[in-house]
Design a protein around this ligand. Sequence first.
Ligand code: RIB
Ligand code: CA
Length: 312
Amino acid sequence: MAQKIIIDTDPGQDDAVAILLALASPELEVLGLVAVAGNVPLALTEVNARKIIELSGRTDVPVFAGCDRPLARDLVTAEHVHGKTGLDGIELPVPTLPLQAQHGVDFIIDTLRREPAGSVTLVPIGPLTNIAEAFRRAPDIIARVQRIVLMGGAYFEVGNITPAAEFNIYVDPEAAAEVFASGVPLVVMPLDVTHKALTSREWVEAMRALPGRCGPAVAGWTDFFERFDTAKYGSLGAPLHDPCTIAWLLQPDLFQGREINVEIETQGRWTTGMTVADWWRVSGRAPNALFLGDVDRDGLFDLIRHRIARLP
Ligand code: RIB
Ligand code: CA
């Protein structure tokens, strides 16, 4: 029985690779994509999500638009990282796949109420606005969520959008605080891991050489996406943040981490959006998350390459 997932996303080149990895993996049943405002505004993330679905050929997977702004703050976007479209790196045609009419938050609610309790995993790889809004509108679904596997946060690696905060958490810290306090089993993929998931030139060229269109698309996205981190960190390679969530679902043994307490700062003058991860267990606060800290990089990139090679 395939693992049922909903991917909540703000494409984003790394989101796109995560979505392709999920669609290429028969262990996963992608019930739908829900776009959220994040890397770029919702009007672009929903189009990008549809472009990625069409590129993959999996037009059976529905795409929904969720929230267009954080719960309680103005939207902060990241065109400086992802380009003005949010999916710079290759040109993709305007999608013909229709956007679903239902609001993405209502899709999340209806799906969790319809599917057997504990059978659906949520995979948010952008700000947590849609997830928190769904929990606010329908508290009854919280106990029905199997688990949440999210990309977000940082501890040893500190922030990427401020000195203290990682982008997905920073954009909507109130949403993150509510999700982290919800009691749903959490698997957190922070920058501590994803900054170790750097593409290599050999890997990118192997993707570019794949037959079909998806491999070359991944190469084009990562070439574009790499330039920001290279300029900022001096690192070579693009960090494949979001694909780490899907890879964990496929091969969790590629990753190492700890069950710890993680709180979200929402009041800090300098630290708003910080994931206060009690890695050394000094707070006495109850663990609420599997917080990952390391990854078998070669195993991760072998997995992604072999799966993307299955796509058209
Ligand atoms: O900080 C990295 C995260 O922010 C990734 O999900 C990337 O797509 C952006 O949304
Ligand atoms: Ca993302």
